[in-house]
Design a protein. Structure first.
Length: 286
């Protein structure tokens, strides 16, 4: 099991610089974003040499590419924007194995055309759910063709806004190509300690066996996001819950500045170990 970080936490437009920074900060994995290669987060085309450069940098610095972000607004009413997201997904899926991963991360999006993370009253409608399912019907054949898995992350402001809705999505398709990226901080905004842990435990129980990656960011008492260790989440309890649910994937932190990255790694590693999750330490190379 590896502790990783969003690659875009670190400034740079070359994968070697970004992955070296991740390793130096104490991480042995990244969730990659094509912005770190200077191509933007959702490139419409990706040359093979760009995929090779990421894999070579990963090998050089002892950092694995756990997943690649292909998050676009699957529910935007702007169909031109949605088509661009589909093209980017296709380009990213084509490069996944070249980069050393088979996991592509997604969120289900919002009817808000300006902000895919913002709640919209239509997100919970039956028409929106049906539209989202059609989007997955488009993506699943691509996932099969490129032998990749879709890692779907529930977000409070998206159509899949809860563990229950994530379970509904999984049960609708019953496809091994759809798994869940689990983030405790996405399951609530404000709750007391008992409520928080009950929400996390219930969510992990609903999704047990289908959690392919865990995220580690925090929430402050006022509901705003924070770097892990700077909020109200009990990470030892969170990781224990994941272990009991059979989770064996990578833990990826985000929602932090590059300057905070070493301290967050030093905080999370013993929390994972205390929960019985073995952590592979980074092997920094030059």
């Amino acid at each position: 099991m590896r502790l990783g970080i969003f690659a875009k936490t670190f400034a740079g437009l070359q994968p070697g610089d970004v992955l070296q920074a991740a390793a130096s900060a104490g991480y042995s994995a990244v969730q990659y974003n094509w912005a770190c290669s200077g191509l933007g987060a959702l490139p419409q085309a990706i040359p093979d040499e760009a995929g090779d450069a990421v894999q070579q940098a990963a090998q050089s610095h002892g950092v694995s590419v756990s997943a690649i972000s292909a998050t676009y607004n699957m529910l935007t009413p702007d169909m031109g924007q949605r088509e661009a997201g589909r093209r980017a997904f296709t380009a990213i899926a084509t490069q996944a194995h070249r980069m050393g991963t088979s996991l592509i991360t997604l969120c289900t999006g919002s009817r808000d055309a300006a902000d895919q993370w913002r709640h919209h009253p239509e997100n919970a409608s039956a028409d929106t759910w049906a539209d989202m399912l059609r989007e997955f019907e488009f993506l699943l054949p691509l996932a099969e063709a490129h032998d990749v898995t879709l890692g779907v992350e529930p977000e409070l402001g998206n159509a899949v806004s809860s563990a229950a809705k994530a379970r509904k999505l999984l049960d609708t398709f019953k496809s091994p190509r759809i798994k869940i990226v689990f983030d405790a901080a996405n399951l609530f905004e404000q709750a007391d300690a008992r409520q928080r842990q009950a929400i996390i435990d219930e969510a992990a129980g609903l999704l047990a066996g289908d959690i392919i990656m865990a995220h580690a960011k925090d929430r402050k008492a006022d509901g705003s996001f924070a770097a892990a260790g700077h909020g109200v989440i009990d990470f030892a309890a969170y990781f224990t819950t994941l272990r009991r649910a059979g989770f064996a994937g990578h833990v990826i932190t985000h929602g932090l500045d590059a300057a905070e990255a070493p301290a967050v790694a030093q905080f999370l590693t013993p929390q994972m170990q205390a929960a019985g999750l073995p952590v592979e330490t980074p092997r920094t190379r030059t």
